[in-house]
Ligand binder design. Structure first.
Ligand code: SAM
Length: 381
């Protein structure tokens, strides 16, 4: 599949990566230009460049990346002729159907060939994919693409209505994937095409629940078991590094101190209020007095060291001294800076495509008779 050479050659299919949302395939054809809002490029300039190169525009504005195709990139870039399968579903189907090197697989319909490319890579040249498409123009175009991408030996594409005519294979296969409007009509044909000497699997891809229910009934009637439906939903995680200027312990200490400061401020306000009252009352004795705070929580002394020192300056209370210490500490440089990653799940669940109904077909080999027990007259050894 595709070129494995390090450098791009004339005639290669490459993937032009413009932005995350703008990815497109290109057959490198010297003599042609590639124009986009990210500038102008000559195809001939790509020839000889290593795959993955970042190429600057000839007009000096913008750049593109020229990538080697993979099934994942092809799925992002391919020309749509139908709705297609995306990688989240493709990967689940391939793994659940146990598609691997050497597997023999049926797919219907071919559509735009998105699923076909991933299957072809998974099964390699020792496996085979039989792909069916009843829309003639789509079948022809997909056949051309498979040939262009070096997949002709791995994929056999047949223009056929599988619901009506089945798969007509002399070989049997390990798994079947149906992406059709009426998969239930092809279930019996699929059963016939699956090998009977080992456990095999089928998957049907349908966008609505009514179709799923009809498919489940057809699978039950045909003798499939372990019928399970999945829906693949994409939940992006947003992970971003955030700098932490101090350790958790430092932060905890500071919070404790801040709490202390708040308490001290509260006490100071109470003390100030008391002083004000005592001045107004013109207390002749200058005694230490006690006062209950407005919320009734605590009694605090009206301390003499908070009163005038005699030189016009008020002496600091013990509490105020303590608060100064705390404030000084808080202004000290932070502990060794660290970095942590913060991950949040983006709640929006986007992209329901279809429901995936999987089922298993158990081998229909004759079960060997159980060995007779001693009670049934087996001769003792
Ligand atoms: N899985 C494909 C992909 O990833 O690109 C997309 C398949 S597309 C949604 C469904 C295709 O099935 C269409 O191209 C349609 O023409 C084809 N189709 C529908 N009924 C069919 C039938 N009875 N036999 C063969 N092909 C059929």
């Amino acid at each position: 599949m595709w070129s494995t050479a390090r450098e791009i050659a004339a005639g290669d299919t490459v993937i032009i990566w413009l932005t995350r949302e703008l990815v497109q395939p290109l057959v490198v054809t010297p003599g042609k230009d590639f124009n986009s809002k990210f500038g102008n490029y000559r195809h001939s300039d790509f020839v000889g460049m290593p795959y993955g190169s970042k190429v600057g525009s000839r007009t000096g504005k913008g750049f593109i990346h020229v990538l080697r195709p993979t099934p994942e990139l092809w799925t992002l870039a391919l020309p749509h002729r139908t709705q297609i399968l995306y990688i989240a579903d493709i990967s689940l189907i391939i793994s659940y159907l146990d598609i691997r090197r050497g597997s023999r697989v049926i797919e219907a319909g071919t559509g735009s060939g998105s699923f076909s490319h991933s299957v072809a890579r998974s099964i390699g040249s020792s496996g085979h994919l039989w792909s069916y498409e009843f829309h003639e123009a789509r079948a022809k175009k997909a056949k051309e693409e498979f040939a262009q991408h070096g997949m002709s030996d791995i994929v056999t594409l047949t223009h056929q209505n599988v619901c009506k005519d089945g798969f007509n294979l002399t070989d049997t296969v390990d798994s079947v994937f149906l992406d059709l409007p009426a998969p239930w009509d092809a279930v019996e044909h699929a059963k016939q095409a699956l090998r009977k000497d080992r456990t095999t699997r089928i998957c049907c891809f349908s966008p609505c629940m009514e179709q799923v229910l009809r498919t489940v009934s057809a699978l039950n009637d045909a003798g499939f078991s372990d019928i399970t439906m999945y829906e693949t939903l994409v939940r992006p995680q947003d992970v971003s590094p955030i700098p932490v200027l101090q350790s958790i312990n430092d932060v905890a200490d500071k919070l404790k101190k801040a709490e202390g400061i708040r308490e001290i401020k509260r006490l100071r306000q109470i003390a100030a209020g008391q002083r004000h009252n005592s001045n107004n009352n013109n207390d002749p004795h200058g005694e230490k007095r006690k006062r209950t705070s407005s919320d009734g929580e605590q009694e605090v002394p009206l301390v003499a060291d908070g009163e005038d020192s005699g030189n016009g300056k008020r002496l600091k209370t013990d509490d105020e001294d303590m608060m100064d210490d705390v404030l000084e500490d808080s202004a000290a440089p932070a502990a060794t800076p660290a970095k942590i990653s913060l991950s949040k799940t983006i709640p929006e669940v986007r992209g329901h495509t279809s429901y995936l109904t999987f089922a298993t077909l158990l081998p229909s080999m004759p079960i060997p008779p159980a060995a007779p027990t001693a009670a049934q007259g087996a001769s003792p050894s």
